[in-house]
Design a protein around this ligand. Sequence first.
Ligand code: FAD
Length: 468
Amino acid sequence: KQTIVLFRRDLRLSDHPALTAAADRGAVIPVVLLDDAVTSLGGAAKMRLGLSLACFSADLEKRGMRVILRRGEAASLVHELIRESGADAVYWSRRYDPDGVATDTALKAGLSEIGVEARSYAGTLLFEPWTVETGAGGPFRVYSPFWKAVRGRVLPNVLPIPKLIAPDAWPASDALDDWHLSRDMQRGAEVVARHVSAGEAASVTRLDDFVVERIDAYKDARDFMDRDATSGLSDALSVGEISPLQCWAAGQRAMEEGKRGAEHFLKEVVWREFAWHLMWHFPTLDRENWRAGWDRFEWIEDEAHPHYLAWCQGRTGVALVDAAMRELYVTGKMHNRARMITASYLTKHLRSHWRLGLKWFQDCLVDWDAASNAMGWQWVAGSGPDAAPFFRIFNPDRQADQFDARQIYRRRWLADRYGAQDDHTDQFHAATPKSWHETMQQPVLKPIVGLKQGRDAALAAYGDVKSQ
Ligand code: FAD
């Protein structure tokens, strides 16, 4: 018996139910497809996937295995691979985004028509969306009751890496380099890659280090932008180098050992679950205002608007916002609090549509996650489920006083504006495209929209919507 295992955003060997099931029945052919789901990724996410894939391939080779890479449309590629290899089953981890669900449903139907066993498994979420229901039987729209509903659940044990058997003959494969997964990032790819530690082993080490060194203080320290106080696992989770169950199990153990921040860490891991719960039940979460009343709000949705461009380039003149936008550009990540503050400045002070911010993050984030990104943007904008009310407008200066009191974060990323030198700032200038260089010559020292002025205008626009 030979099973093709389709790997998507689950590039790991341990705690992989589909792979374990395939290994139990015989030889395994691991396959990754360069289909629409990959080509439509943002530049940084695609690059991150490429780094992960290189490690995944090396991990398989150490076990005498390979990963077969093919480019094209998913269903025809799978049928082609079945013909070439004689595989009699295809397994994969379930996806929860609308396109992924549609592709996999059609794939399953097509395979059953030709008598090939097609099976999907849980693997990327702890609580699949349809397994959590309110008392009345519908989806949750608010996080706290969702957390209460799941926190006591008994979950399966983390699966070890199964013993893998190679097929008699390997089907042909593309070379990973020919996929050019970093190409969309132009000059920034090398700089961003320096901030990524890819691969399953690196992710497990990062989780272990976090539990030993930082989880205890996590609850108190996680909001400080100048500290490395969080797990830093979001990009590993987004490509599936580590499973949420591995995070959950580590958090549970830490809780049993009396580590103070452990429960809070579990709660954050469950925010990701909640995001996917929402996305599965409301598949337009990344496109449409979840609260339809927000359709009347006069968002500015113009990608060429100078305010939006200034925000993308970290040139708003608001130090904390600009520092954070540079952090995003260089590392492919941004501190969670900084994500909320930059998103608030864009959607409230600049009144740009949250979809524009979502799109920029989608292109720049190495930890891009369709559901968490959409939920995060709609939460900040006020248009989403369980969202912060619109009138909760972050004041970046006050946030900076509280969470970057010694200006470490701002000085790191904006050294040029402080008349100093810092490697992080240099990296930003090294990563920016040529087209930005002319505008970059002039530092922006005054906010393009003042904090009070922007707040007052946003509240006035909100008042107009409310009174309609
Ligand atoms: P930790 O604090 O160590 O948390 C552990 C894990 O819990 C994270 O790795 C992540 O998987 C999950 N988590 C934590 N906070 C959240 C949250 N608010 N929502 C959902 N999951 C969470 N996260 C992404 O993974 N991808 C995104 O594309 C993304 N876009 C965002 C956009 C906006 C506007 C906002 C406000 C937040 C966004 N987040 C996103 C959530 C959050 O900022 C990141 O998950 C977090 O900064 C990752 O750092 P960490 O791994 O050190 O997190």
